[in-house]
Design a protein around this ligand. Sequence first.
Ligand code: ADP
Ligand code: ADP
Ligand code: MG
Length: 663
Amino acid sequence: MFNKILIANRGEIACRVAATARRMAIRTVAVYSDADANAKHVSFCDEAVHIGGSAPKDSYLRWERIIEAAKATGAQAIHPGYGFLSENEEFAQACLDAGLVFIGPPASAIKAMGLKAESKRLMEKAGVPLVPGYHGSDQDPALLKREADRIGYPVLIKASAGGGGKGMRAVEKSEDFEAALASCKREAISSFGDDAVLVEKYAQRPRHIEIQVFGDSHGNYVYLFERDCSVQRRHQKVLEEAPAPGMTQAMRQQMGEAAVAAARAVNYVGAGTVEFIVEQRADGSMNFFFMEMNTRLQVEHPVTEAITGLDLVEWQLRVASGQKLPLAQEQLAICGHAIEARICAESPDNNFLPATGTLHVYQKPVCTNFERGAVRIDDGVREGDTISPYYDSMVAKLIVHGQTREEALARLDQALAQTHIVGLSTNVQFLRYVLRTPSFAQANLDTALIQREEALLFKQEPVGLALAAAAAIAQALLTEKAAEGSDPFSRRDGWQTHGVTQRRFEFEFQGAPAQAELRYLHDGALQLKVGELSGPLWFTKSGQGMDIEFAGQRLSVAVYPRGEVDHVFTARGATQITAIDLLAHAGEGQAETGRLSAPMPGKVVSFAVKAGDKVSKGQPLAVMEAMKMEHTIAAPADGVVQELLYAPGDQVVEGAELLRLAV
Ligand code: ADP
Ligand code: ADP
Ligand code: MG
C-alpha cells in the first residue's frame, strides 16, 4: 500500500479522499489554486502545494505542475477525484511515465470510453444493449438528418465528447432537426473543442439508472448494484438514490452483468460507472440501454457506500496498489435505502442562477453513524468560507440511509431542515419541495419529474408573516436578554411603572411592509399582534435555536440576524424577514419641538455630545440599544444641546425624552 498520495482535486471530493487515506494511515498532499489558499481541503491534508491561479486551466488542469508536485513531495500515487483531470487519458499516461500510480483505470480504458460515439461502437461489439441510434463517424448533416428520420422522433442529438449534461438537444420533429444540430455543434465546439455528434432515440419516460462497477488488475470484476439518478434538471443530477425503486432481482443482475461486460471490454481497472437509460413502456415493461461509462469515482458514490457498507475510496486505493478486489460478487449485498441530495449555491427562484458569496452561517445537521440509519455530509467548505465563481456550485452533499425508502426520505427532509446556510442562496428549500412531490414520494421516477411537478417547486412560502415576525421578535428579545445578562421579564417590570408597555416593530416581508405590536402584560406575559392575528407569544431558548408559540402554532426555529435581515429556519422551511430600524428615523418630525425621544423601549448606551455642544444636522447624538441592535440617534437639524435627560445604561420607555436640543 502507498504511504503518500497526492490528491489532484479540490472541494468535497479532495476532503473525501483524504478522509479515507487518513483512516488507512496514508499521508496526503493537497494541491491548491490562489482562490483555494485557505480552503478546507488544504488544511485537511498533511501537506499542500500551490499550483497556480484561480481559473482551473491555471491550476487544477495543469497536469505537468501537478506531477511535479507529486515528485517533489514524494507521493507515490495521484488520486484525480472527479471532473478536472479525472478522465484525461494523457494525464493518466503522464503519471505512469513519471513513475507514479494513477488511481484510476488505464489510459487506454479512459480513451476507449472518452467519446460517446466510439464507446457505443465498442459496446455494440461487446453485446451491451444500445439505444437505437446513429453513432457513425460520417458527420454529413444530411446523413444525420436522414438517420434521425429513420430512428423516429423524438431524438436526442449528443456531443460525442460531451459531459456534465452539456451538448445535448432533444428534437421533437423532423423540421426542427437542422437548427438543433447547428446549435448542438456550436455548444460542443466551444465546450469540448470537438463537434462530432451522435443521434439516438429519446427514450419514453426515461429513467437514469447506473451501475457501479469495480475491476482489479487481476482480471476480477464485480458490480456494486445500481443508483437511480433520474431526478435531474437540464440533464444534471439533483437527487440520487440506491437501490433503484422497482428494480427486480432479475433486471439488477442483467444490468450488473452488462456493466461488467462493458468494463471487461476495455480492460477496466478501479471504480467506474456504467450509465444506462431505462425506458418505461406503457405496458409496465422496462428496457435498459447503455448511455456512457464514467471512468472515475462519481459524485453520488456515497449512496452505494451506504447500502453496501463499503468504502469505495479504500477499494480504489487497494486496487491501485495492486491488491485484489476485497470481495467477490456473491459476498455483496444491499442493506436498506440511501438518498443523496446535492446542495448547490444557486437561486431556484431565479432560474437556478449560480450564487457566490460567503457562508456566514453554515449549520449542518447532526451526522450519525453511517452504518445504522444515518446522516452523512460530504463537503469541502467551512463556515466563513467563500463560494467563488471559479469552480462548480456544489456546496455539500447530504446523504442519508434508512431501513426503507420512506425512512430515508423522511430523514433527508429532516436533515435538510437542519441545514442552515446564510450568506448566499442555495437549493436547500427547493430540494425539500422535490422530496415532497407526489412523484418523488411515490417513487414515480423519470427524468421529467422536476418539469412535471414544477407547480409545487417554486415561489412557495413555507413560513408566513405571523410566524416570521414572531420569530424575529423572540430572537430580538433573547438577544437583549443575553446582552444584559438579566431576565427581560424583570426588566419589563421596571417599565411597567409607566403602565402597560408597548413596542412597535416594522418589517418588510415578501416585498411588502408589515407591522407588529408587542404588549408587555402586568403578569409578565407577552401579547403580540401581527396584522389581523393577535395572541400570546411564548418562547424559550432550545439548543441552537428556540421553541416558539404564537397564533396556535408551536415550532422550533433558528433565527440568524444579518444586518437588518433575519434568516428564519423552521422544520417547515426557511424564510427571511427584514426588521426595519425604527430608531434610525427617530429624529424625523421632531425638529420643531427640539425634543428627541425614544420611539420604543430600550437602553441608552452612550451620548456622543454634552450640554452646550453645537451640533449639525445628521450628527450622531446618542446610541440606544433596542431590538437586537445598536441604533444611532442623529440630530434632525443644526442646533445646540440643552440638556441630557438620561445617563448611559438607563432603561427608557417608549416616548421618553432623551435630550433637549435648541434648534
Ligand atoms: P457524476 O456523474 O459523477 O454525478 P457529473 O456529471 O455531475 O458527475 O460531473 C461530476 C463533476 O465533473 C462535475 O463537477 C462536473 O462539472 C464535472 N464534469 C463532468 N464531465 C465533465 C466534462 N466533460 N467537462 C468538464 N467537467 C465535467
Ligand atoms: P453526460 O455525459 O452529460 O452525463 P449522458 O449521455 O450521460 O451525458 O446523458 C445525460 C442525461 O441525459 C441522462 O442522465 C438522461 O437524463 C438524459 N439522456 C441521455 N440519453 C437519453 C436518451 N436516449 N433518452 C432520454 N434521455 C436521455
Ligand atoms: Mg452521464
